[in-house]
Design a protein around this ligand. Structure first.
Ligand code: BES
Ligand code: MN
Length: 442
């Protein structure tokens, strides 16, 4: 028998709400509209708010003076499903195998978002009301950096006033281990384009006399790190908050993560900044990553050509006390400094998001951990995460509140990758967690 709420989750998953793909705009909106209907059906009032991009869903119960106000945030947009050929079953047709739902968005973030919704529904069914003032904020642009949400927070500051934010959009360290995340990395993206000749050229006729943009992009890319994996951009590590002793200890107690990392990634070896464990590198150290690189001939066989331009797409993951805009400036200066002669460099800045950290031992942090213990048992993990949720620091800056990150994803849920999946057991645990959380926060 399917657990309550599962059918709704499957319906939500069938919307191909890919926020970065403009041909899917109507699907993103339809998913938001469906969610709004669902919440209205449960007795909440709310609407879809237009933005210059995808709509924001804002809904509430009847707020009563004297109760704590909790804002639940989630995102109903998803990453592109490509490469489609690597999916075992179609990317937007949720399919259940071995207790897991396979579909784009299953774990990131629809499975976790629908656990909020079903948790609310069950609490409301039992008590006719919620024990808190509830504000639901679901957006359709998280996967493109939430460009319109911070202005929305500023514009609706009064309506959004709350005591705390809760989000399920992070991970669990292992199945059945309640996990409280008190920090996220920030992000800053850019694309570097290198322009050479005004037209593609015969590499025999012209080669040797002019610079090749692909070579220049390769040199720039190689100049980002030293051979051991440290980022070489001047001032990149300035102000980076050191990892606290208690964190190093707590993370080490999770056991040696190296073997699991090798298994999960299929990489022949681990690699990264010397002096840190793999968890420290992922959760608390900044990085520079190449997300894509291109130029010249990509087809079958060889083609003797010098392409007129080449590109590299970079993202930097940032930790507390780094500022995304400052990092983009430093990165641009570094690329300009290392640009070989004979080409022109164009920098296209991309989206940014601030890093986040809170005190996990705060009153609200410990309340959330009690909720985790109710559902998962006493041994819970306190971690930071390497991924980014750009709006979280904005909740702090604009609304003045902390965010409780209560993730339900497992390390092998394959977020952003083919065959993304979410265990039904995690959905059910999430439904219980949301009810426990409301009770604890009340
Ligand atoms: N849910 C993730 C963020 C995440 C994943 C946090 C795993 C912690 C652990 C979120 O949907 C996401 O993918 N964010 C993007 C943001 C970016 C596109 C601005 C990310 O981290 O790449
Ligand atoms: Mn994501």
């Amino acid at each position: 028998m399917n657990p309550p709420g599962l059918e709704d989750l499957l319906t939500c998953l069938r919307f191909p709400s890919v926020s970065t793909d403009s041909t899917r705009n109507a699907d993103v909106r339809a998913c938001g509209a469906w969610l709004l209907d669902k919440l209205r059906g449960m007795g909440l009032t709310g609407e879809l708010h237009e933005t210059p991009g995808h709509p924001v869903l804002l809904a509430k119960n009847k707020h009563v003076a004297g109760r704590r106000t909790v804002l639940l945030y989630g995102h109903y947009d998803v990453q592109p499903a490509e490469p489609l050929g690597e999916w075992k079953t179609p990317a937007f047709e949720p399919t259940i195998r071995d207790g897991r739902i396979y579909c784009r968005g299953a774990t990131d973030n629809k499975g976790q978002l629908m656990a909020h919704v079903q948790g609310l529904a069950e609490t409301m069914a039992k008590h006719a009301d919620l024990p808190v003032n509830l504000t639901v904020l679901f957006e359709g642009e998280e996967e493109i950096g939430s460009p319109n949400l911070k202005p929305f927070l500023e514009k609706h500051r009064d309506e959004l006033k709350c005591d705390v934010v809760a989000i399920s959009d992070t991970g669990m360290v292992a199945p059945g281990v309640g996990t409280f995340t008190y920090g996220l990395r920030g992000i800053a993206c850019l694309e570097a384009k290198v322009h050479g000749p005004s037209i593609d050229l015969h590499s025999g006729i012209f080669g040797g006399a002019i610079a090749n943009p692909v070579t220049a992009v390769a040199r720039l890319t190689a100049a980002l790190h030293d051979a051991e994996g440290r980022v070489m951009i001047d001032g990149f590590y300035d102000g980076v908050q050191a990892i606290a002793d208690w964190e190093r200890k707590a993370w080490a107690e999770l056991g040696d993560g190296d073997a699991e990392m090798l298994e999960l990634t299929g990489s022949p070896a681990l690699f990264g900044e010397p002096g840190y464990t793999e968890r420290e590198r992922r959760w608390a150290r900044p990085t520079a990553e190449v997300n894509g690189i291109g130029g010249g001939y990509q087809g079958e066989g060889s083609k003797t050509v010098i392409g007129r331009e080449a590109f590299v797409k970079l993202s930097f993951r940032l930790v507390p006390n780094q500022d995304p805009d400052a990092v983009l400036q430093k990165a641009e200066a570094h690329l300009r400094k290392h640009l070989p002669p004979g080409v022109r460099l164009e920098i296209i800045p991309g989206h940014t998001g601030m890093p986040y950290i809170m005190d996990p031992h705060s009153t609200l942090g410990t309340a959330a951990q009690r909720a985790l213990k109710t559902v998962f048992g006493d041994k819970i993990a306190l971690i930071r995460e390497g991924g980014s949720i750009p709006i979280v620091q904005a909740f702090k800056d604009v609304l003045g509140v902390d965010t409780l990150l209560l993730g339900l994803a497992l390390p092998d849920c394959q977020a952003h990758a083919p065959n993304e999946n979410f265990p039904i057991a995690n959905f059910e645990a999430g439904v219980r967690l949301n009810q426990a959380l409301l009770a604890e926060l009340a």
